[in-house]
Design a protein around this ligand. Sequence first.
Ligand SMILES: [Cu+2]
Length: 310
Amino acid sequence: MKTKWIITAFCLFAFLVITAGVVVSQHEFQASSAPRATQHFHVIGIVRSVEPNGQTMLVQHEDIPGFMPSMTMPFSLHGTNALHGFAAGDRIRFELAVTKDDSWISQIEKLGTDSEPPARVLRQFGENSLEPGEMTPDFALTDQNGKTFHLADFRGKVVLVTFIYTRCSLPNYCPLMTKNFSVLQENLTKEFAGRFHLVSISFDSEHDTPEVMKSYAELFTKDDSSWTFASGNKEQIATVASQFGLVYLPEAGAYTHDLRTAQIAPDGRLVHIWRSNVWRPDEIQQRVAEVMHEASFASVRHTSSTLPNK
Ligand SMILES: [Cu+2]
């Protein structure tokens, strides 16, 4: 009787092992051979703040095995504003989907409330920075060829500035900014060649040297005459980043950061700051066109006002 049980248990065990083996190998096969359209990860973390639009929240998350270590970073929903029910301190579980060019969260569930204060307090979204119409203070950084350049070198052109770091692993953060800039560079060149300049600034001072920026640049553009890939020391980057209100914190070999893309008029005044990743290249192109139009109108006005009155 006992022996029969042992045999039955063994057979059952063997069956389970074989079944599990088949399942595992099928899974591996899918993972390695099929084009991985979307990867899904289960994430647990604590909400640190919710953006007023209800689409993005800053979450201090636990390790996401196979994807990224524990850090605090923004996560966004796909086009709905269902985050209004969540607040700082909520302990949540959600699903993170990552594709080649996008990432988003869904199935957010509240697990409880975290009574412990955050280990590091990150500034809230949308804190102090330059206001539209203000003069952008000049700054000096190093370009991808190792040469010093100044923002003021581009006076007379529309300048677009964005912040990235080359090791960023979230496709709809830094990689998207750079991809959007390459679309912009191509389209603006058709319409406004020689009248605009793009600047991508890395906030990863330790890793992103001019050499690293140069090889990164080569992945996205063949024309470095209208697109500078800038780096600098920690103090230089901190100064520039604070002008635009960018938040970035080193964390476990990566960065917790949000995004800022700024448009500066030919006279050096700030036109607009985009504070997230939701802008599209055609939207910025449209604003550039408006600024170009105003600038040429202003110069016509200036010329005519210097003419003697009739
Ligand atoms: Cu990034």
